[in-house]
Design a protein around this ligand. Structure first.
Ligand SMILES: NC(=O)c1ccc[n+]([C@@H]2O[C@H](COP(=O)([O-])OP(=O)(O)OC[C@H]3O[C@@H](n4cnc5c(N)ncnc54)[C@H](OP(=O)(O)O)[C@@H]3O)[C@@H](O)[C@H]2O)c1
Length: 289
């Protein structure tokens, strides 16, 4: 089979390609990227830009399976346009099975709501693709590691409410995506990739503080207080709007989801948030020795 990964040079794309290569199943791997020269020489590299839909016709030609990785584009409304362009191009190119990376909890919502860009692409995929699957991602454990690093000096991490989140490691998602792309029986399936447990902000802060060996508490803010804290920190309004939407969704339990889908697709149990933090901080310790 010819298996394509679109958005191939980013962190999730690179990890998915590495996981596909690790499966050693003799498939041809095609990496689609705006920077094909950055891809490993072991894959067939093609240029493809969601902002130039014409480029996607040749990028997706001849693929049996394709994974569409969403972008981090923060221009209001742009991600919806990009994801729809990618789905439309995959269908027009006659890709045999189209898989979309989406977000845990996705439902109808207006941007800048985090789910606003995922719902239309999921719907378009379901309605137009011959064979399709969706892997909805919970939040990255690695994003929480970054949050902890920047909060340690303050001794506190802040959020809206104290909602539970089933943080998942990006590498676990990549291995699950590789299993999805190479496996059978997934047509019409919607999976949700999560970590093994869902933790409140207070629990997350306690684990992170213990792992980092520094006191860390969780501060529960109202939406307005969180918004003004971010604005005062100098973040541009579109970023503030997206981050507030994510934290509001955390508070309402939108990412309070734990499934067995990572193990189902990858054959491996997902790593816990504690394990991801421990690995990250022991790496830091090694580097500072
Ligand atoms: N932060 C989180 O906790 C979290 C949780 C769940 C999901 N996500 C989402 O998961 C996605 C992947 O994450 P990541 O860590 O891999 O991010 P990343 O390293 O920033 O990669 C983003 C990817 O988007 C692609 N891209 C951007 N603009 C594009 C365009 N115009 N046309 C085609 N591709 C474009 C890039 O592909 P090329 O450079 O190869 O063209 C790149 O591979 C992101 O959308 C992110 O928002 C994040």
């Amino acid at each position: 089979m010819k298996i394509g990964v679109s958005g191939a040079s980013g962190k999730l794309g690179s990890a998915t390609i590495a996981a596909l290569q690790g499966l050693a199943s003799g498939h041809g791997i095609v990496g689609v990227s705006r920077t094909p020269e950055a891809l490993p020489s072991t894959v067939e590299a093609r240029f493809g830009d969601y902002d130039q839909p014409d480029s996607l016709a040749s990028a997706y030609a001849g693929l049996d399976r394709l994974l569409i990785i969403p972008t981090t584009d923060m221009r209001p409304g742009q991600r919806t346009i990009q994801h729809l362009a990618a789905v439309d191009a995959a269908v027009a190119a006659g890709v045999g099975h189209v898989s979309l990376m989406s977000s845990a909890g996705t439902r109808r919502a207006e941007e800048p709501d985090i789910w606003g860009c995922y719902f239309p692409a999921e719907q378009r995929l379901m309605r137009t693709a011959g064979a399709w699957s969706i892997l909805r991602m919970n939040f990255y454990a690695e994003a929480f590691v970054q949050e902890v690093r920047s909060a340690l000096d303050r001794g506190a991490i802040a959020g809206i409410g104290d909602g539970r989140v089933g943080y998942v490691s990006r590498d676990d998602l990549a291995r699950a995506a590789a299993g999805l792309l190479t496996g059978d029986g997934h047509d019409g399936a919607i999976y949700t990739g999560t970590g093994p447990e869902s933790l409140s902000g207070t629990e997350r802060a306690a684990i992170a503080g213990a792992v980092a060996g520094r006191p860390l508490r969780y501060v529960e803010l109202t939406e307005e207080a969180f918004r003004s804290t971010m604005a005062q920190a100098g973040l541009p309004p579109p970023i503030v709007a997206v981050v507030v939407s994510i934290r509001t969704r955390f508070a309402m339990g939108g990412f309070d989801i734990v499934t067995g889908d990572i193990e189902r697709l990858s054959g491996r149990r997902p790593r816990s948030l504690r394990d991801v933090l421990s690995d990250a901080f022991s790496e830091t310790d090694k580097n500072s020795e």
